[in-house]
Design a protein around this ligand. Sequence first.
Ligand code: BES
Ligand code: ZN
Length: 883
Amino acid sequence: MDDHRRTELHKTVYLKDYQPPDWLVDTVDLRFDLDEKATTVRSILTVRSNHDTGRGMRPFVLNGRRLTLNVLKQDGRPLDKARYRVDDEALSFTPSSAKFVLEIETVIDPSANTELTGLYLSSGNFCTQCEAEGFRRITYYPDRPDVLARFTTTIAANKKYPVLLSNGNLTGSGDLVDGRHFATWHDPFPKPAYLFALIAGDLARVQDRFTTMSRRPIDLNIFVQHHNRDKCTHAMESLKQSMKWDEEAYGREYDLDTFMIVAVDDFNMGAMENKGLNVFNSKYVLARPETATDSDYQGIMGVVAHEYFHNWSGDRVTCRDWFQLSLKEGFTVFRDQQFMEDMTSPGVQRISDVAVLRNSQFREDAGPMAHPVRPDSYVEINNFYTLTVYNKGAEVIRMMRTLLGPAGFRKGTDLYFSRHDGQAVTTDDFVRAMEDANSVDLAQFKLWYSQAGTPELSVTRSYDANAGTYTLTVSQSCPPTPGQPDKKPMHIPLAIGLLGKNGGELDLKLDSGSKEGSKSLVLELRKPQESFTFVDIPAEPVPSLLRHFSAPVKVKLDLTDEERLLLMAHDPDEFNRWDAGQQYAAKLILELVQDVQDGKPLALDNRFIDAFRITLESGMKDKSFQAFALSMPAETYLADFMEIIDPSAIHEARRFVQETLAAVLKQPLLAVYSAHQDPGPYRIDQESIGRRSLKNMALAYLSLLEDGDVCDLCLRQFRGGGNMTDVLAALINLANNECHERDDALAMFYGTWKSDPLIMDKWFAIQAASRLSNTLGTVKKLLHHPAFNIKNPNRVRALIGSFASNAVRFHDPSGAGYAFIAEQVIAIDAMNPQIAARLVSAFTLWKRYDAKRQSLMRGQLERILSTPSLSKDVHEIVTKSLV
Ligand code: BES
Ligand code: ZN
């Protein structure tokens, strides 16, 4: 492809170029005649101009990709070929009146659709995925989120597809000739095309009911393949809890007569919030104790809630353009996090949400793809469904709640929903609702939407014993990111407390008198450097900063080990109690990394071992918290602190710490392990989940000892575990060991579960994530395993994705891991660019590694780039990485 053609195809879209649509669509009447190879789509649009007449007619642009156009009529008359233009991307013409009816007929081939966007087949059933720009693969349409229309959809299909679903309420159904039948659905709520969905297949229906706060009965339905009908209970319970929670927490009531969830095996993402008809990756629906782990159960609850919450934050109020993606995604992630905090344990939920941010989003924000929560340009929008837009976006919403308080925040969301119901709006509109409802100015705060990069806070402290005052001086800065060399100071909520030497909390009183009286308060940073002086402080305290992780920033503060130990033991803020331990461990591991690099012998500080022992033997009430407190910081988090990342040394140092703890504390670990066996039948309440995670944490440490009796223990748990959590925990340990039980256990697991695709994903993932040195060889062999299917995204993520995240093996100094992933990116890109683009992101941080790895990774990026007809998805990431 020549350069000119490529830049045409790979055009950058800019937020500053946004123009409102010239033409609006009021109603869409769709008729699908489903056929695996040739589906006919007839569409009747009522269209009107979005401008006052007089200035002449502007062209009407309808996006369309890989469509065969059969019919095009304006007000019943075929449009002359000379009057319209069609190319690979769009159909356009200049209408002759300000209001008209357009009729279009296109033909598409669902069986050839391997990208899994638009209309495709999964396990023999028809399904759709239209976000972000998939509807244009179904028919010609102004496929942009600011065109909202009322959809009526008729689906005609052979009766071997008994279930025919679309958005809204069912308004008609019946028989047709030739063994076919039809169903008609009407969605009364105007929506953009990305929220359209269609499902046709032979599916079982699991039914339930929910009564809303205004006593309206809602029909709830989950559709799955027949053999999965006994795996929907948890998803259904999660749905009912979500519906109730959104009424209580946000005053949001469901609006249609029916709410449907469909589970499909082939899906690029986790799930999709199509109006009234959510389509889910089956991974986030199906669960039974023998088949799903505790974390699968939690994942299901979180994703069901997330997609349900979109009904208001996304569907009723939607995005003006895709730069506003965080308007719906950041807000909805925040809502699902809050929901999970209420349903599980708030502290533990916060810890795991922050872990995602620090272990993964911070990396994104520090690399070549770094972008603001509201990006200002993109080439391929699918590349911007990122941790920044989602998880940092959720933090931005959380900060507003922290600044305005729960009641002020609720006033803001109430105003937002009522003011913008039925509209397509921007993140500025969201913030304006917060400002108007609370009479505050959030102008500086809005930099969180436009500035990329993770801000850094440097904190120094001084205690004046004579005056009894304590001063914290905080400077903020934000590193340069692509296109943003200089940053302005941000408005940052910094939640803090002060602990006395005995661990008690002090009363906080600022000398300015502006805030006082409580034991925890939120300082508002706005300047490059600011000082805060507390009065009536009897002795030098230990500061507890950034409580509850009140802002997505890095904090530099030189606490001593003793101070960290005090916070670990006494900080009432659960998050900081955990984080004090993490920071202490991170400091030690990073020192050991240096020793590894210098070839020095490694030794672990006894005080750290004692602290770990205390946590291990503390018998905390919240066992999930205890398990988190015993875990070591992730390798990716540790890497963030290194100028030049050394994945082998990080792995070795971290493992040395874990092995040492296991060796020294073998007896207490065994004691914790046996004291936390399930006392009765399997249950999935918080207490049982906590017990299992603590027990399995102990077992994971023990398994590092690689001694025979621990392998026996793992094998016994593997064989005897009646639930997948315990079975899998044991199997992971075995898969990381050279012991002879390993292969038997993997074979046995395969034999038991080979017909369950979700469990086969676990089987592939465990092997690809193994730290053993022959892992790459195993993964290559597994590519040819009959259960592997490169067209299925879950399987690709399980085998290839897990290997790419296996830092020691992916970054093997030979470069073999890099070459393997590059080959897979190229192969997958030809079928499914979205999935290939996710995978190629493993290379984006190449400049952070040593010279040898840099050149190996760069070589693979260049090899990918030289592939003919590379997708725009992969092309964008590779070119931005190579800059
Ligand atoms: N709207 C997205 C799904 C989506 C994103 C479809 C991009 C197509 C392209 C959905 O609401 C979502 O965000 N799903 C998440 C899970 C959620 C719990 C964060 C996903 O699919 O990963
Ligand atoms: Zn979402």
